[in-house]
Each structure stands twice: as C-alpha cells, then as structure tokens.
Design a protein. Structure first.
Length: 113
C-alpha cells in the first residue's frame, strides 16, 4: 500500500467500509476543503446510476462545500472513470490528491491537473 497520511488513510477506511457494507462494485470517499468527509458506494437502479465518486461529490456540493482536498476510489478495476475525473477536476480543481485502488489494499496516488 502507498504511504498515506492519517487523513487519507481515514478516507481509504471509509471507502472500503462503505463498499463492504453495501456490497457495491465501488466505494469512494472525499475530504472537502473544510475537512469534512463524505463516503458512498455506487448507486445502480434501473432509473438512476451514479458512481461512488459521483455520489460523494454530489453530497459535498449539496452540503455547501466549495472544493475538495482528496478523494479515494476503490473498485475492481483500480481506475477512475473518465467522467468521474472530469467531475472531480470541475469541482475540486487542480491539485486534488486522488488515491485509486482495489478493495484489498493496493492503492496508487495521483493529483488532478
């Protein structure tokens, strides 16, 4: 596992727990610019489909957040969907730390540009 700060490790734990609790294909967690955290799993209904990261960003936006510091996405393929990255850049801006990995513990880190 990549060396993570304690706050980023907390996001990994939240994403992993949320994914495990719901049995969803993906779990995510974000920390906003005020230090608040949001965790979610993928929503997959016939009439509504939102990625775990999309749900986290929506929760942050609807709570009045103005930006993001970090995000974690845990899923089977270990990648962030292009639309999710676009949404992350649009809301979070550049410099958001993004940790991506599989639910078992392998996590890689990048930064939005």
């Amino acid at each position: 596992m990549t060396e993570l700060s304690p706050e980023d490790q907390k996001l990994v734990t939240l994403a992993r727990a949320t994914r495990s609790r719901t049995g969803g294909p993906e779990g995510a967690a974000v920390r906003d610019s005020d230090g608040r955290t949001y965790a979610a799993a993928t929503v997959a209904l016939p009439s509504l489909s939102i990625s775990a990261l999309g749900v986290c960003i929506s929760m942050a936006l609807s709570s009045g957040s103005r930006g993001l510091e970090a995000a974690v996405v845990l899923g089977g393929d270990g990648q962030v969907a292009p639309l999710d990255l676009q949404t992350l850049r649009e809301f979070g801006g550049t410099g958001v730390v993004v940790h991506v990995g599989d639910p078992g513990g392998t996590v890689s880190t990048s930064t939005t540009t």
